[in-house]
Design a protein around this ligand. Structure first.
Ligand code: NAP
Ligand code: MG
Length: 498
């Protein structure tokens, strides 16, 4: 049921258009050829911002600035680099409301999701890596009085940071922060679909006094700006979050150049509900893991596997909860789901729901665009939270990433079957297990082929832990020490003691 209340919606000036600029060598600049792209507000379907439609030459200038800035930045004492990052974190905090509103308007996410989770997390990314690099352990290996080895870790130079549209500032800063903390300089490219908050980050980086060239942000299309970053000979390190298809293309370019790459890619995450699960306790999580940010989070569960003895009961409670979710104006505090990021993505989601029906699935709820939306949102891109039943494991709907508010529910009979189904997709990013039997949960977790297994929770994130995926979900790990290692090159120094 869709109800949208106008009350409490922050005032929106529909005529206002934000102008975003590139950050190159410490200055806010337009694209060299003067081109502009337009960013759409998915809640209204109207242009709300314009960004520089940059080309290869803009990237080349940014890389030159980053190369030039590298010796001084990497030569700063760690505590001074960390102080810069903490200043930037403080500025993100003090601009939280402005950033959150812009993120919601640019991406379609609810204002609450942006205000309470994503913008604070962007600040904590800088703060976390400022501290992590200060507290990083050093490695020493002794050889019985014969020699001592110690490992130096030096920054690798210019890091290319390419991020997607689903959690724009959150994921961009998750890459920039460890790169800068370890002494690399950065050329970053946000998604052209959601460039707005990166535009503000550029202003804040200047205000924080980051030396020119240390952080460069170049806006534009993936196929030009992204591609040029990946193929640029002076960018030895590339960290990418996005689709598996683009990740594959990046590997093909970067592999023969012997670049170091980190790829955080798609998912088709299972949620396993065992026969002894505490459904009352689990249900909030499962509803959130299915539909948070309209299902546009790589960690969202999209395949719910329920022990057959609890399937009917699960469906009763789950469907009642899902039908109670309100799709509406992202700026309204009454909305649980906002808008889908773009018309193109909405059409992709609709085509997958049609595919689910063609494959024999039954739409238990949702499956359509909402019928009632406020006038302001009448041309926006919205979709009801959708639950599909009755599909076999091998069908495309259960195998391919949809990345929208669509989940499929399947039954299972044995735990072995649950684990087999959980693993039987090309992806391996995350998995949730709900059970009161913790010994069983540990046994199952050890057999799940995924980078993260949550037991009786979802989206609990400790930034020190390794983050990444198995199989087509990615290559490498980010977070904590893994990120610090990724952005540095080790040299072992061996000292003869004899
Ligand atoms: P995408 O289309 O792969 O784009 C990701 C980024 O790559 C964008 O900035 C894009 O630029 C750029 N890009 C496109 N083509 C490129 C190329 N040839 N060379 C270099 N860069 C290029 O992904 P998306 O649709 O934005 O994001 C959704 C996907 O991200 C989903 O598959 C989701 O699972 C995945 N994701 C994974 C994680 C994770 O941690 N594993 C987290 C979040 C999202 P433009 O958009 O400007 O063209
Ligand atoms: Mg947009």
């Amino acid at each position: 049921m869709t109800t949208v209340l106008e009350d409490g919606i922050p005032e929106v000036n529909e005529q206002e258009t934000t102008t975003i600029r590139n950050l190159v060598n410490g200055g806010l600049v337009d694209a060299i050829d003067g081109g502009w792209g337009e960013s759409i507000n998915p809640a209204t379907g109207r242009v709300h911002a314009r960004y520089p439609e940059s080309g290869a030459e803009d990237v080349d200038r940014a890389v030159s600035a980053a190369v030039e800035a590298f010796p001084n930045w990497s030569g700063l004492p760690v505590r001074e680099r960390s102080a810069h990052l903490r200043r930037l974190a403080d500025l993100i905090d003090s601009n939280r409301d402005r950033l959150a509103r812009l993120e919601s308007i640019d991406q379609g996410k609810t204002l609450a999701q942006a205000t309470d989770i994503e913008i604070p997390r962007a600040a904590s990314n800088f703060r976390f890596f400022a501290g992590a690099v200060e507290g990083a352990p050093s490695e020493l290996h002794q050889m019985d009085g014969q020699a001592i080895n110690y490992t130096l870790r030096r920054p690798r130079g210019v890091a290319g940071c390419i991020s997607p549209w689903n959690l724009p500032l959150y994921l961009l800063t998750w890459k920039i922060a460890p790169a800068l903390a370890t002494g690399n300089t950065v050329v970053a490219k946000p998604s052209e679909v959601t460039p707005a908050t990166a535009g503000v980050l550029a202003e804040l980086a200047i205000e924080a006094g980051l030396p020119p060239g240390v952080l460069n942000i170049v806006h534009g299309a993936g196929s030009t700006v992204g591609q040029r970053i990946v193929e640029h000979p002076d960018v030895p390190t590339v960290t990418f979050t996005g689709s598996t298809a683009v990740g594959r293309r990046i590997s093909e370019v970067a592999g023969p150049m012997f670049k170091r790459i980190s790829l955080e890619l798609g998912g088709k995450n299972p949620v396993i509900v065992c026969e002894d699960a505490d459904l009352d306790a689990a249900m909030d999580d499962i509803v959130r893991s299915s539909f948070a940010n309209q299902g546009e989070i790589c960690l969202c569960g999209s395949r719910i596997l329920v022990h057959r003895s609890r399937l009917a009961e699960f469906m009763d409670i789950f469907l009642q909860r899902v039908r109670g979710l309100r799709v509406g104006d992202p700026l309204s505090p009454e909305s649980d789901l906002g808008a889908i990021v773009s018309r193109e993505h909405l059409e992709k989601i609709e085509s997958y729901v049609q595919l689910a029906v063609d494959e024999g699935g039954k739409i238990a709820c949702g499956g359509t665009r909402p019928s009632a939306l406020p006038e302001r949102c009448s041309d926006g891109f919205f979709f009801e939270p959708t639950v599909v039943l009755g599909l076999p494991q091998a069908c495309r709907t259960n195998q391919e990433e949809i990345f929208g508010p669509v989940v499929s529910v399947q039954g299972y009979d044995t735990h072995a079957e649950a684990v087999t189904k959980a693993n039987d997709v090309p992806y391996g990013l995350a998995c949730c297990i709900y059970t009161r039997d913790l010994a069983r949960a540990h046994r199952m977790a050890a057999r799940i082929d995924a980078g993260i297994v949550w037991i009786n929770c979802w989206m609990v994130r400790d930034l020190r832990t390794p983050f990444g995926g198995w199989k087509s979900s990615g290559v490498g790990r980010e977070g904590g020490q893994d990120a610090l290692r990724f952005f540095t090159e080790p040299t072992n120094v061996c000292l003869n003691l004899e």
